[in-house]
Design a protein around this ligand. Sequence first.
Ligand code: NDP
Ligand code: 8X3
Length: 250
Amino acid sequence: MTALITGATSGIGKSCAEIFAKNNYNLIITGRRQERLNELEKNLSEKYKIQVKPLCFDIRSFEACEKAINSLSAEEKNIDVLVNNAGLAAGLATIQDGTISHWERMIDTNIKGLLYMTKLISNLMIERKKGHIINIGSVAGKEVYANGNVYCATKHAVDALNKGMRIDLLPHNIKVTAINPGMVETEFSLVRYDGDEARAKKVYQGLQPLTPEDIAETVFWTASRPAHVNINDILIMPTVQATATNTLRK
Ligand code: NDP
Ligand code: 8X3
């Protein structure tokens, strides 16, 4: 069995790589940071005696996605599970003060990147008449919070695409699942606040957020249901977070 995980250099994607490897899947791992991909390849292939193929490219370019997938061998193209995880938030601002480059980064990565990979991999799955696409959405795809406008819009798009692709891929025996997390402590806030560590740390201060392992376990659980069972959609939150903005802090 083979799983392709986008955005495996950090956070949720990296933990997904670990759990699929532990369960004897061969892996295709993607991201833009070659060194991290190489390190993960070495660690997981030695630890779990599996095949790991790193693909270093920017998911915002369809040409780059296509070139990466075309570089796979026929055997590597037998992808059973695609985890559409690569994504980010950039900034937190009102619509009138928003930064255009932030909007473009989020739209190009979270929506267009996910679409590019889905098109390429779903066609491989259609040929094999089976597969499972797992989309990492967000609580931000279920509700909207102040200053989150464009990030929330990209995750609402993931929510819609998750439902749409399930309908389109129904005749092809391809399962489609969305995992929508609340707060997970990863590099997410560091990226959102452009490397401001103090500001990123504050996001998780006084509460126990989810860990990337919590999400990876849920992703793997959905991927390991029997063939006749599909988990459509999961909203998974820290116990101390009721909505995107209602949290209980010490
Ligand atoms: P991280 O910042 O830790 O990881 C993000 C991953 O996405 C990295 O591996 C990064 O790789 C990859 N990525 C980002 N941009 C690109 C790009 N242009 N091309 C290729 N890869 C890219 O954050 P998380 O693990 O938290 O985020 C993973 C997903 O989970 C995202 O979709 C996020 O929206 C979602 N999510 C996160 C939540 C949280 O609270 N953390 C909550 C709900 C959803 P590299 O930089 O090497 O390219
Ligand atoms: C990430 C969680 O609440 O910052 O998707 O939108 S949140």
